[in-house]
Design a protein around this ligand. Structure first.
Ligand code: SF4
Length: 220
């Protein structure tokens, strides 16, 4: 169970979705959340449609599972707020008592990511930490549902993933409060980035105009 230390004030909370942008690319995160640029491409449009469908519901839970869609989330410890795609409540018997245990489920386009790309798992873990703080209980696992493969990936919220999530939330607050957009570091992710046009990763990687003038034109 996390400590309920109020680290952030209500006015300092940042959207949970920004955490995923940060894990994808810090420059992308700053372009969206500092410079307020947003461009929709095929991938984001498909993801949005998937989320819209989820918000309308559609699952037929059995009697041991109840599902809530679009549940508001908030953590003062991480300094984040947002909404959960879906939270299942599994009826379990613990110490002779029947308890509804929350189980967050996040819907994603595409397929399960390799171990070194934790952005989806971090976002789900942040949702779980929000729910723990709001409901005052521990959540050990949740699932990511991938639209392309139509499969669930079970995610265990272990200490390593929790630490990665907390570190990412701290980095996010630092980035947004700096008000600065980092230089581009082109990677293969740029091919699917919704902000490639606005970012111009290859151009922005080069030295700034100021550095060029300082080096080449001074004293002319
Ligand atoms: S194009 Fe590449 S460097 Fe630029 S924001 Fe997107 S992922 Fe980041």
């Amino acid at each position: 169970m996390p400590e309920h230390t109020m680290l952030y004030k209500e006015s300092e909370l940042l959207p949970l979705s920004a955490l995923q942008h940060l894990m994808f690319c810090e420059r992308q995160c700053a372009l969206i959340h500092v410079e307020q640029i947003w461009e929709e491409n095929f991938f984001t449009a498909q993801g949005r449609i998937l989320h819209d469908r989820v918000d309308r519901g559609g699952e037929r839970p059995g009697s041991y599972v109840r599902v809530e869609y679009g549940l508001p989330l908030r953590s003062y410890r991480l300094g984040l707020f947002g909404r959960a795609d879906a939270v299942e409540f599994h009826k379990k018997k613990i110490d002779g008592k029947e308890i509804w245990v929350p189980y967050p489920v996040e819907y994603k386009r595409g397929r399960s990511k390799p171990r070194d790309q934790d952005c989806d798992r971090v976002q789900l873990c942040a949702q779980a930490i929000c729910l723990e703080e709001q409901l005052g209980l521990s959540i050990n696992e949740g699932s990511l549902f991938y639209g392309k493969t139509r499969r669930r990936e079970r995610v265990v919220f272990n200490d390593i993933l929790r630490k990665t999530t907390e570190d990412a939330a701290k980095r996010l607050h630092k980035l947004i409060s700096s008000g600065e957009t980092p230089m581009a570091k082109p990677t293969k992710k740029c091919a699917s980035c919704s902000l490639r046009e606005a970012c111009m990763p290859k151009l922005c990687q080069k030295r700034s105009v100021r550095a060029y003038i300082d080096t080449n034109l001074e004293g002319m």
